[in-house]
Design a protein around this ligand. Sequence first.
Ligand SMILES: Cc1cc2nc3c(=O)[nH]c(=O)nc-3n(C[C@H](O)[C@H](O)[C@H](O)COP(=O)(O)O)c2cc1C
Length: 241
Amino acid sequence: MLERRSVRRYEREPITPEQMDFIYEAIRNTPTSYNGQQFSVIDIDDQAIKESLYSLTGQKQIKTCNRFLVFCIDYYKITMGAEAKGVEMPEFPKTADGVIVGVVDAALAMMSTIVAAESLGLGTCPIGYARTAAPDEISHLLELPKGVFVVCGLAIGVPREQPDLKPKQPHDLMFFHNKYSTENVTARVLAYDKIIKEYNATRSGHKTDNDWVTHMLGYYTEAMNYNILAALENQGLGVTR
Ligand SMILES: Cc1cc2nc3c(=O)[nH]c(=O)nc-3n(C[C@H](O)[C@H](O)[C@H](O)COP(=O)(O)O)c2cc1C
């Protein structure tokens, strides 16, 4: 995990069925809230579907990777169980915690996949645009029933590149001892900002003069245009309380 980086270029070589079985087993054993396993994974190897997802998201890795896994919140399965037993399903998927539970479970399942894939020497890249770029179109394309919502995609393939490791926040900015401390946070943020600016100016491949803070704010500003609440509601989830 200390050598993990997002890999965006892949060999044509396929992932073997044995490797996929190993990844599936790692996913199945993911810890989940209440052991409810409030997630499902759509494993896509159909090139036509990958191309459609590429045209909806603009993320090239989706069409060049060997497998594209889509991690979804899933309350459809338990709803079917409740219906079959004649028990009323609480409106938990329409609460903030219901959404958080599903997002955490799906995200942990994605991380299980990343760890398992790394251990096999495979490369991965999460694709958040699978959620944000065109949520309604992607739900339709993947035929998601109500109660199912895309959290993130993950491209997996045999690596064709080994990008530089990105410098992450240093210990004194990321970890706190026993309690949160706001002391010196600003100075530490600015020190990290400088590290990233230097990294972006000198890294191999595409160099930029981006710093960290303004670059992140640019992403957040762009993300203000996503209407994820409406997309959640269209899939039978949401945040009523
Ligand atoms: C939830 C999530 C969504 C992401 N979405 C995308 C994406 O849509 N496209 C992309 O190229 N990288 C995406 N990434 C990869 C990040 O850009 C990458 O993890 C980050 O720059 C740190 O680099 P590293 O993974 O090499 O350490 C995503 C990562 C995460 C965790």
